[in-house]
Design a protein around this ligand. Structure first.
Ligand SMILES: NC(=O)c1ccc[n+]([C@@H]2O[C@H](COP(=O)([O-])OP(=O)(O)OC[C@H]3O[C@@H](n4cnc5c(N)ncnc54)[C@H](OP(=O)(O)O)[C@@H]3O)[C@@H](O)[C@H]2O)c1
Length: 303
């Protein structure tokens, strides 16, 4: 049965059963008491965890659960069919928030990370962007770690990742080249840093920032839609094991929602934002590498 949505904005948030995605849904659901409240789909890969999240929100009538595992094409197809039936093929905002940190530095963990943080988002976008209404937008939750990792790559790789003519096919190739360099112990020669833990996470976020720019260019040709990547900042959630020095998930959600709610003519299509400020794709602050090393040491020590 389809929902009566009328003029309401329809928003999908992936990975929203906890952490930043949950905060985003909470803030969107509280946004106004008028009948133009958005209709929100709370994405969760696990049905039970999604139901618990919905319950924790007080089961607002405008929030609906959608089981969606972004790393599985089967789950994506199934969820999208369900979504289409419920919304009559309409959508205004996709917030690609689901993300993981690799369990360790293995190739297997790197593949899993890229499947969720890069390929999963690419597939969700390919299926859902055609449903976006005029002025629709996509917000991809990336991380400044992506821009720090880019700073640590060879000039040649930096140029490839940030090329204004980059295509999704070439970007997939870059991601596959990274995985094979990791597998064959060839990182340094291939232009990647070989002394950083959780490198696959940084690569996944660098690729996501690039994907946002590439897909923004690709899709704005035929349609009035906008895409942004955002960093929520270093926030107190499970992904970083509630590391010291984090800020609140509420602030992280605000950084994401800035890209959701700011008029499109005040933002640059395809660009990367943090707390409402546009950031360069390649970080220019070398001191940030030190912070990243400290964080990876903390994460390794707490596993
Ligand atoms: N927290 C930070 O400091 C920080 C900084 C920069 C960027 N980010 C990014 O912010 C996003 C949200 O992270 P968070 O901090 O809120 O972490 P979190 O608390 O660990 O939440 C991650 C969410 O993503 C879901 N998820 C993971 N893999 C998924 C998949 N294949 N399909 C669907 N959902 C999946 C998780 O579901 P389960 O509960 O089922 O595992 C969970 O709901 C991530 O993309 C992360 O990389 C976070």
């Amino acid at each position: 049965m389809s929902l009566k949505t009328g003029l309401q904005r329809i928003v999908l948030v992936t990975g929203a059963n906890k952490g930043l995605g949950f905060e985003v849904v909470k803030k969107l659901a509280q946004k106004s008491s008028s009948n133009t409240n958005p209709v929100i789909f709370l994405g969760s890969r696990d049905l039970k965890r999604g139901q618990e999240a919905l319950h924790q929100l007080g089961s607002p009538p405008n929030v609906h659960l959608l089981q969606l595992d972004t790393s599985s094409e089967k789950s994506v197809t199934h969820a999208i069919n369900e979504f289409k039936q419920k919304t009559n093929d309409q959508l205004d905002v996709i917030i690609n928030n689901a993300g993981i940190l690799p369990k360790d530095d293995s190739v297997q963990a790197a593949r899993e990370t890229l499947a969720t943080n890069y390929y999963g988002i690419k597939i969700v976008n390919e299926h859902l962007i055609p449903l976006l209404r005029d002025n629709g937008r996509v917000v991809n939750v990336a991380s400044q770690i992506g821009s720090i990792i880019l700073m640590c790559m060879s000039k040649d790789l930096q140029n490839k990742y940030t090329s204004s003519t980059l295509t999704t096919k070439q970007l997939d190739r870059l991601v596959e080249d990274f995985l094979s360099a990791l597998e064959f112990n060839n990182l340094k020669k291939a232009g990647y840093p070989d002394d950083l833990h959780y490198l696959a996470y940084g690569i996944s976020k660098a690729a996501l920032i690039a994907l946002t720019r590439v897909q923004a260019r690709q899709y704005s040709d035929g349609k009035n839609i906008f895409m942004y990547s955002v960093c929520p900042g270093f926030c107190n959630t499970d992904i970083n094991k509630h590391a010291p020095g984090t800020r609140s998930p509420e602030l992280g959600a605000d950084s994401i929602l800035y890209a959701v709610n700011t008029p499109n003519d005040k933002l640059e299509n395809g660009a990367f934002y943090f707390d409402g400020k546009k950031l360069p794709e390649i970080c220019v602050n070398k001191a940030k590498i030190e912070g990243l090393i400290k964080l990876t040491e903390y994460l390794r020590a707490s596993t």
